[in-house]
Design a protein around this ligand. Sequence first.
Ligand code: DHB
Ligand code: FE
Length: 306
Amino acid sequence: MKNEMNQAELLARVNTSHQGGGSERVRAISARIVGDLFKAIDDLDIQPDEFWAGVDWISRLGASGQAGLITAGLGFDRLLDIRQDEADERAGLAKGTPRAIEGPLYVAGAPSFKGEVVLDEGADLKGDVFVMEGQVLDTHGKPVPHALVDVWHANDHGRYSHFDPAQPAYNLRRRIETDAQGRYRFRSCLPPGYAIPPNSPTSELFTALGRHGNRPAHVHFLVAAPGLRALTTQVNISGDPFIHDDFAFATRDDLIVEVQKGVSPAGYESLGLTQPFGLVRFNFTLQPARDEDESAPKSRMARALG
Ligand code: DHB
Ligand code: FE
């Protein structure tokens, strides 16, 4: 009979399509990943109890909606950025502001404002007031009017609205349209660092790996304009103890910003400032888009799922 088989014969049968149809690409990726896992189980002598505990962990990870936290912590998000940087280099594309990982905490549809906005309005935050301002530019240094600057960051507990039921909808999430000179500015409170949720499938894995789950203080951006390539990036606040030890590997040298302390509020009254505050200046440079889709301000999932 034909039903007894060794490991190699089983793998060959798992990876054989009898029906035809389906997707060649999915078949190739599945064959490679399943083959690599078969090999890992054999090489590492993974025991049934270890295998099934792993399956249980994946189920709990999915149920908790934390798959996107694990991809960042295991380096996959940065890996995709590194690969995109390499592809840009090969294609000879002009360099813009470095991209950085989106993270799993973006929410589309934040309230929209022209030129400037007070991000921490009504947020009752503890933390240093800061203003971030600058221009959106193209790779020739030309300002881009009416560009979109979509900004989001954590509250003073290091948590993000939408994912944290204690916060109002779109708390610390805003979209700013640059003015005629391509300028944007906003006021907020400097966020602290971020840590993965305790007592979660994510923290379970990192504890088992002997790794921490901390990110340095950071502010996220999705910057976009017609004809230019949408940029997902973040700035990391200089001086944070985890600035060079981000569990998500997202810090980039050119994205570390200094907060200039004790800046006079003159000229910043429209942001409600009457006391000296911290100022961060940062310009975003966008690469040219090669097609319309590249300029669409979409999250990674929205892009992937069409
Ligand atoms: C994670 C959290 C973030 O705030 C972020 O920017 C990136 C990743 C995470 O928990 O995986
Ligand atoms: Fe974040």
